[in-house]
Design a protein around this ligand. Structure first.
Ligand SMILES: Cc1cc2nc3c(=O)[nH]c(=O)nc-3n(C[C@H](O)[C@H](O)[C@H](O)COP(=O)(O)O)c2cc1C
Length: 404
């Protein structure tokens, strides 16, 4: 699989004579499976139209900071958060100067400032502009800020003379980015690991329109899947239906019932190094799922639904464990530690993430969580109340420290 597959790439285009070459780079990104969005400066729009980029990427292009296509979101922040990798190409002397000082006076520069994604800059300009001490000082500042900058090519400039300042060929830019990304990925702690994550609340059908489920939003599992991906793992997310956006770059399998979840997890288990069972699996299912919608009968006084236990997936997996590191979750409303200790031992888990869902801000649905990590033969560790993203990173780091 290409390292670019499903990667969220934002291309920032600034206003230089080489702006049109961004089109060829974007095509190459897309051929590699990346999902590309474009932010452009108003000056870039004088060289190439936003419509060209929009048609090519099949994504909205942001150019004017104050165009609110989507009233639910502030456009540049939404794009900044979506971005996994940002490349400014071509980068004018002007945009480099703005980036070096943190200026944000249009949609493109505001998005650059608002993203936490790694940034890459490909300068292209007249050789004297490039050699100017101000430009060199600004490039040095970008490098000091952790931004990767590609050296321009030497060759015939648009001005009609030879100099250093040409935009390298799109294929050269792509291979530079690919090499850089690969070397960074190899250094990541979960590089080469296959991580399987389950998320969401399973649905146990009563009839074709009704089901038993729980309040799980899937946010914790999705945060784990995304964090594992950011740590370099090959991630598969098995999810019950949720309202969440699929994390970029993960293999995604949607299931409904506990039974489907069990079958899918078992099918993936051999090829898994780290399993994080964050799904809220129903403990019970209706004994019989009825084919037709159950109708209320005249004079009916109540109804009894007979339930049977669902398969305990972690218990099934316990004797099948070989190299796998298995993390379970326990949502409790009382006797948190005692119940968690029991579950850890009974299911032969390598780690149990316990949370007291009766506490405010903890567990289901919210954006925060506080958990206690239990591992065999060591003292439980309780985190602070943190974002689910931070909890996800803590869980994975703890699993890595313990040999995952
Ligand atoms: C025809 C033409 C070509 C230009 N080419 C470049 C260029 O290749 N590199 C550059 O840094 N500036 C170039 N400029 C100057 C920029 O367009 C100018 O500095 C502008 O303010 C950049 O705005 P932006 O960085 O917001 O896109 C060019 C200007 C014109 C009129």
């Amino acid at each position: 699989m290409s390292i670019w597959q499903n990667r969220h790439v934002t291309v920032v285009v600034s206003g230089g004579i080489a702006s049109y070459k961004a089109i060829y780079l974007i095509r190459q990104f897309m051929q590699q499976g990346a999902i590309v969005r474009v932010a452009m400066t108003p000056h870039a729009a004088a060289f190439v139209t936003p419509l060209t980029f929009q048609t090519l990427t099949q994504q909205p292009v942001i150019c004017d900071e104050f165009t609110m296509q989507d009233p639910q979101h502030v456009v540049h922040v939404e794009l900044a958060d979506w971005t996994e990798l940002m490349v400014v190409v071509p980068a004018t002397a002007n945009i480099i100067a703005k980036m070096a000082t943190g200026l944000a006076d249009d949609a493109a520069t505001t998005t650059i400032l608002a993203t936490t994604a790694p940034k890459y800059v490909v300068p292209a300009m007249n050789s004297h502009m490039y050699a100017n001490p101000a430009t060199q000082r600004n490039i040095a500042q970008l490098i000091a800020d952790g931004i990767q900058v590609l050296t321009p090519a030497t060759g015939m400039l648009a001005e009609g003379y030879v100099g250093k300042g040409r935009l390298p060929e799109p294929s050269t830019i792509l291979s530079w980015l690919t090499q850089t990304l690969l070397s960074q990925t190899k250094a990541l702690p979960l590089h080469g690991k296959r991580v399987l994550v389950t998320a969401g609340g399973t649905r146990e059908m009563i009839d074709p329109v009704r089901y038993i489920s729980n309040r799980s939003s899937g946010k914790m599992g999705y945060a784990v899947a995304q964090a594992a991906r950011e740590m370099g793992a090959d991630v598969t997310l098995i999810s019950a239906p949720t309202a969440l956006t699929k994390p970029a770059g993960v293999h995604y399998v949607e299931i409904n019932s506990a039974e489907e979840l069990a079958t899918t997890v078992k099918a993936h288990f051999d090829a898994t190094d780290l399993l994080v069972m964050a799904a809220a699996v129903s403990d019970f299912r209706p004994v019989q799922a009825v084919d037709q919608k159950i109708k209320k009968q005249p004079g009916q006084n109540g109804m009894t639904l007979e339930l049977a236990e669902t398969e305990d997936i972690l218990k099934t997996l316990a004797p099948l464990k070989q190299h796998q590191f298995v993390v379970g979750f326990a949502a409790e409303t009382q006797n948190l530690l005692a119940n968690a200790e029991k579950k850890l031992a009974a299911k032969k888990l390598d780690m149990l993430v316990a949370n007291d869902v009766s506490k405010p801000g903890v567990g289901f649905n919210g954006d925060t969580n506080q958990v206690t990590l239990l591992t065999p033969n060591s003292t439980p560790v309780t985190t602070n109340l943190l974002s689910k993203q931070a909890i996800a990173q803590t869980i994975l780091k703890a699993a890595i420290e313990r040999g995952a």
